[in-house]
Design a protein around this ligand. Structure first.
Ligand code: ZN
Length: 316
């Protein structure tokens, strides 16, 4: 994976599945529209909404999202290429009553039907929904430099307001992004590996995190990086690898209907890990209810993996 194709691969990974809960689906739509949507006004105060995106699976997934929420939506291929390379498409969002109700629920238009700037608090009040909003923003305008290139992730938004909103929303969960205003658009970006990895994990792009972490380890081993940085990236990589293994095991148990058969402490550990793929073990232990010691949680997740190996072994 390199160059533009890495960004594409990351977007595809982030679009591989839609969030399960309706609250998150609305938040995802909100993130997409706030980042890359534009309203066109017709007569009688009616507006019509279009979202400009890179062509590909992510665009198709967003059509599925809107339709799944009860709205109407179609894809139109762009003739001109506005920025950079790659084919662009427009999602044309319907103007029927049901779609408008959906856009109101997503906080994209106001009760009176005019475009709403900032996403309303109810849309992004929950952590799950904030992650979905960020995922939407990334699907709509995100790119990330390939592994072993200088670290750079950015989301390009139509205007500075949308960029500030995005930075504020991720900051709520401890991810610090910078905002830059350009002449015709704005970007929200980071050049720090840990920040980028954190953000990618939060939007479900775990393979991308792993590729970046591996790329970093390789570059650092080859370069003359200091030992502490090596230790940090190696540690990051170990955490990502462990989380990936746990998530795989949980997915296999779930797919074979065996997750519910586990003892409840194991089930709880599995649920906690699934709900927060991006957190380190220490962070997971901290948010567990009731509180749990880190080594205990580590032990339970290890047993979940063992059970998966026993009951639902990975295909060879
Ligand atoms: Zn949610």
């Amino acid at each position: 994976m390199k160059g533009a194709s890495f960004s594409e691969a990351v977007r595809d990974e982030a679009a591989a599945t839609l969030p399960e809960q309706r609250c998150c689906r609305l938040a995802l739509l909100s993130g997409v529209v706030r980042t890359a949507g534009s309203f066109h006004i017709h007569g009688r105060g009616h507006t019509h909404l279009e979202v400009e995106l890179a062509a590909g699976p992510a665009a198709r997934r967003l059509v599925e999202l809107v339709r799944g929420l009860g709205g109407t939506c179609s894809i139109r291929t762009h003739r001109e290429r506005r920025f950079g390379s790659g084919q662009r498409v427009d999602l044309e969002i319907g103007t029927d009553a049901e779609t408008r109700a959906l856009l109101r629920a997503a906080g994209v238009i106001t009760a009176s039907g005019s475009p709403q700037g900032q996403p309303p608090r109810r849309v992004i009040a929950r952590r799950c929904c904030r992650a979905a909003y960020v995922r939407g923003a990334f699907l709509a305008g995100g790119s990330v430099a390939a592994p072993r290139r200088p670290v750079h992730l950015e989301v390009r938004t139509h205007d500075i307001g949308a960029a500030m909103d995005l930075a504020r929303i991720v900051a709520t969960d401890g991810i610090e992004l910078r905002v830059r205003e350009r002449e015709r658009y704005a970007t929200v970006y980071s050049k720090r590996l840990e920040t980028v990895a954190d953000l990618l994990a939060r939007i479900g792009a775990n393979d991308a995190v792993l590729s970046l972490a591996e790329g970093e380890v390789i570059s650092q081993l080859r370069g003359e990086a200091n030992r502490q940085a090596n230790a940090e990236t190696a540690n990051l990589r170990r955490q990502v690898v462990a989380a990936r293994r746990q998530l795989d095991a949980i997915a296999r148990l779930r797919a074979s209907g065996l997750l519910e058969a586990l003892a409840s402490p194991l089930q709880e550990a599995a649920e906690l890990r699934s709900a927060h793929p991006e957190l380190t073990l220490a962070e997971l232990a901290e948010i567990a209810l009731p509180a749990i010691a880190r080594p205990t949680l580590a032990g339970r997740l290890r047993r979940v993996e063992e059970e998966a190996e026993r009951l639902a072994p990975a295909p060879k």
